[in-house]
Design a protein around this ligand. Structure first.
Ligand code: FES
Ligand code: FES
Length: 163
């Protein structure tokens, strides 16, 4: 692989091209080249989940990938989770309403992880929610608010689908 790689991808619905160092992480590409600083870096070792984004609809850790590996992919960062008019997604609104965040550092990763979880399993049990969020670490909340928020978002999405 040469030292600089051309990549072309879609991020939050927008086409982007770039020439990036072959070993630039996807997280650093998003933050430093794209200005999308909502993707947070906690551990940079795949442990904390703060850097979670959606890649072709699946939750991935942006700190564990090179930007070059995302060539051709469709990415959604936390900045792309709300509706284009700014309306919060059900997960975002539930985090706000159920005290799912304190300092907010882990919140982007939790919001993206929960969004992917509820897309794959719109009606999860509480245990499935716990399991689905178990790869994300929060230093502040003791997790109860986060679990309540994801439960509420799941219930809201199910109720909307039933309407
Ligand atoms: S920063 Fe990627 S998992 Fe912690
Ligand atoms: S809200 Fe502070 S780390 Fe989770």
């Amino acid at each position: 692989m040469s030292d600089v790689v051309e990549i072309r991808l879609r991020i939050n619905g927008r086409e982007r091209r770039g020439r990036v160092p072959a070993r630039l992480t996807l997280a650093d590409f998003l933050r430093e080249h794209c200005g999308l600083t909502g993707t947070h870096l906690g551990c940079e070792h795949g442990v904390c989940g703060s850097c979670t984004i959606l890649m072709d609809g699946a939750a991935v850790r942006a700190c564990l990938m090179f930007a070059a590996q995302a060539d051709g992919a469709e990415l959604t960062t936390v900045e792309g989770i709300a509706a284009p008019d700014g309306t919060l997604s059900p997960v975002q609104a539930a985090f706000r309403d159920h005290h799912g965040l304190q300092c907010g550092f882990c919140t982007p990763g939790f919001v993206v992880t929960a969004t992917a979880l509820l897309k794959d399993n719109p009606d999860p049990t509480d245990d499935e929610i716990r399991e689905g969020l178990s790869g994300n670490l929060c230093r502040c909340t003791g997790y109860q608010g986060i679990l309540k928020a994801v439960r509420a978002a799941a219930d809201e999405i199910s109720a909307e689908e039933a309407r």
